[in-house]
Write a new protein. Structure first.
Length: 395
């Protein structure tokens, strides 16, 4: 290896500091979304780099094997940290459940225990031999047991699934800032992932290459954190917004079949989405909105309608908007808003305005009449004067 022992050790310590700084910064500035996966990943990376530095510093002393076992016990948790980070970033809701996290940690925890007890069995890694440079450990070799295959397969599958989530986000987002967040995260994961693959499958002597790649990935993470506000600027998931809207939202295809429906629309028609998706929208709404078909032939529509009568009458606003892809119609979006309270408030406001106008007019009349009634002689004198002036003018 071309690196000297001191350079290797200093680089590993630098990787520790950078990782913990990332964890601290995100913890202080997290706001828009869960970031526990990334924080845990960076804390683990810091301890892993620190354990690696202690391996390098141990040289030919017996504690080198102890720190090697500690270093190996931390490795299995990286895949979980990466997967959870990616899943939280793309708003995969189940990842925030404790049971899911617990299941994800079963195999890594078993791998960590087997690493710590590796001197007593041959299931994970054994027969470890170190290579030295200036009394520093710079690489090592080991023999792997059957459990290591399970660990490697599980870890690489988790990481690849997480990377696939990021690729999907890159392809689906319309905004440059969010796309760059995902791109930089993907690159920051890819470099250590490739280094780990290289160490595992392509070389006989395992080096500290993945830890060194943390230094290479650091500018990418810095860029994502400071330029594109990773974990503090995050889009609200469209699916979540669709689910939480108070307005009833329906998506129909070009044949007017219902293809999606939100919970508000389910409450509107009194059925769950699974029972009506695929039906003609007029059939799904036959009981609650029987006249919907008169607007479906229009490319766009905006109207109001009422359901019920008397005190039970409710008012609704209806808007139909076309859905297009590559200038080709793929369906329509129907939004139904309950405007009963709004229209009731508007009617009350109009009534209040009319009442205020009546009161103002009556008040002016009373004021004027009261003034005239208090001064009857003035009226007589004024009238006499006008008559006299009229007579003089006539003469």
């Amino acid at each position: 290896m071309p690196w000297t022992g001191p350079a290797t050790t200093l680089t590993l310590i630098l990787a520790t500091v950078i990782s913990w700084f990332h964890a601290w910064y995100v913890w202080r500035n997290r706001a828009a979304q869960p970031a526990s996966g990334f924080i845990g990943l960076m804390i683990t990376t810091g301890f892993w780099s620190l354990a690696s530095a202690l391996v390098a510093l141990s040289g030919q002393r017996p504690e080198a094997h102890f720190w090697y076992r500690v270093m190996g016990a931390l490795v299995p948790y990286f895949s979980v940290g990466i997967f959870v980070t990616c899943a939280q970033y793309v708003d995969y809701a189940p990842i925030n459940r404790r049971r899911v996290i617990g299941l994800l940690l079963v195999i890594p925890t078993l791998s960590a225990l087997l690493s710590l007890t590796g001197d007593f069995h041959t299931l994970y890694t054994f027969d470890v031999k170190f290579q030295y440079h200036d009394q520093y450990i710079v690489s090592f070799t080991s023999t792997t047991g059957p459990w290591f295959i399970i660990h490697a397969a599980y870890s690489y599958i988790l990481v690849m699934v997480g990377m696939f989530m990021l690729i999907q986000r890159i392809g689906s987002t319309r905004f440059t800032a969010y796309r760059w967040q995902a791109v930089l995260m993907l690159l920051g994961i890819s470099f250590p992932f490739i280094a780990s693959l290289y160490n595992t499958f392509f070389v006989a002597e395992i080096t500290f290459l993945p830890q060194f790649v943390v230094i290479v990935s650091a500018p990418l993470v810095f860029w994502a954190l400071f330029r594109y506000r990773l974990f503090s600027l995050h889009p609200i998931a469209r699916d979540q917004a669709f689910e939480d809207m108070d307005d009833a939202v329906l998506v129909i295809d070009t044949n007017n079949r219902l293809v999606d429906i939100n919970p508000a629309a389910e409450r509107f028609i009194g059925q769950v989405g699974a029972g009506v998706v695929g039906l003609p929208v007029t059939a799904a709404f036959a009981g609650s909105f029987p006249h919907l078909d008169q607007w479906l032939d229009d490319e766009q529509a905006q109207t109001q309608f009422e359901i019920g009568s008397g005190d039970e009458q409710r008012s609704f606003d209806l808007r139909i908007t076309p859905l297009n892809r590559s200038r080709t119609s793929i369906g329509k979006l129907i939004v139904i808003r309950d405007s009963t309270e709004q229209q009731r408030a508007e009617r009350e406001a109009r009534h209040h305005e009319i009442d205020r106008e009546r009161v103002r007019t009556l008040s002016e009349f009373v004021t004027h009449a009261s003034h005239e009634f208090r001064n009857p002689l003035s009226i007589i004198k004024t009238s006499t004067y006008r008559l006299s002036r009229t007579g003089t003018s006539a003469a």
